[in-house]
Design a protein around this ligand. Structure first.
Ligand code: HEC
Ligand code: HEC
Length: 249
């Protein structure tokens, strides 16, 4: 009986302590973030590390550029929001979709869910599943790079190359080297070097392949996504201008 009273008292002290910490914490955030956002922006301390890693992986692989921030949709009528899939699909179903793609189509105007299996790791897919199953909550700093404005298309294109996840498949500086074992070339092509610039020798040719992508085969072959309908024309031009800065020999 005596022990129980002490335990209850201790619990009460802890509760008061946490309450006081939270009150101070949120009032501090109200000053910097604004009262409206304070209630919805969680502090990093509250985020499960697997869910947080999933939110950052979602940004890294540009899932957000097709499915919207936090998978809320609104980017293209051909790309679904992910809240329903997160609630209804099992881990095995989600893993299959992410590794093998979905609706892969040869229609260049229609985006499809890319095949990621050769590019993304099992552990990264685990994080994505944790994030989807948690309902795609807001996670601090899980945001794509800011695209600088007023500094020219090459600078913008460099940020877009990361924002749209081109870098995951074509490597930093377009150097390539990412394996695609079952494709004829066994690798995702570089966007640099004499061969590339020999074939893609005009802006229009580079822009066309970004827009229309390729279907070189179904999963497990990784193919170039269809970005037409997703990436606005001026961003495609900025990507072209950035790609043209890569090594040409
Ligand atoms: C180039 C655009 C694009 C990118 C990038 C993309 N997706 Fe998709 N995704 C789609 C499209 C289009 C569909 C619908 C395919 C269909 O139903 O035919 C889809 C479908 C899905 C589905 C099934 C949704 C449902 O309701 O059935 C899941 C889950 C999904 N994507 C997750 C992801 C994740 C996770 C990433 C990042 C690793 C990602 N997607 C990146 C275009 C994209
Ligand atoms: C999921 C991996 C993936 C992503 C993401 C991706 N690509 Fe590709 N890309 C490929 C593959 C695979 C090919 C080769 C297609 C083929 O041979 O038919 C390719 C081909 C290309 C080519 C033509 C190169 C050649 O030699 O055929 C260009 C240019 C290109 N991609 C630019 C981009 C840009 C810009 C982005 C970002 C907006 C991007 N890619 C994102 C996989 C990807």
């Amino acid at each position: 009986m005596f022990a129980a009273v002490i335990a209850a008292g201790a619990a009460l002290l802890i509760a008061v302590g946490v309450g006081a910490w939270a009150a101070g914490h949120y009032s501090a955030e109200t000053v910097t973030v604004g009262s409206g956002a304070a209630a919805t922006v969680p502090s990093s301390a509250q985020v499960d590390p697997n869910v947080a890693a999933g939110a950052h992986t979602f940004v890294q692989f540009a899932c957000a550029q097709c499915h919207g921030d936090q998978g809320k949709g609104g980017v293209s009528p051909d790309v679904p929001a992910l809240d329903v899939a997160g609630k209804t699909l099992t881990a095995a179903q989600l893993r299959h979709i992410i590794d093998h793609g979905l609706g892969v189509s040869s229609n260049p105007t229609k985006p499809y869910m890319p095949v990621w299996g050769a590019v993304i790791s099992t552990r990264q897919v685990n994080y994505l599943i944790a994030y989807l199953h948690a309902g795609l909550p807001p996670v601090p700093d899980a945001t794509p790079p800011v695209v600088p404005t007023g500094q020219g298309t090459v600078v913008a294109g460099g940020a877009l190359y990361v924002k749209y996840g081109c870098i995951n498949c074509h490597g930093p500086n377009g150097l390539g080297g990412v394996p695609n074992p079952l494709s004829p070339d066994k690798t995702i092509p570089p966007l640099s070097g004499a061969d590339f610039f020999g074939e893609f020798n005009t802006d229009a040719k580079i822009a066309d392949v970004i827009r229309s992508g390729s279907v070189i085969g179904k999963a497990p072959i990784v193919s170039m996504p269809h970005w037409g309908g997703i990436i606005p024309a001026q961003d495609i031009q900025a990507l072209v201008d950035y790609i043209k800065t890569f090594k040409s020999s």
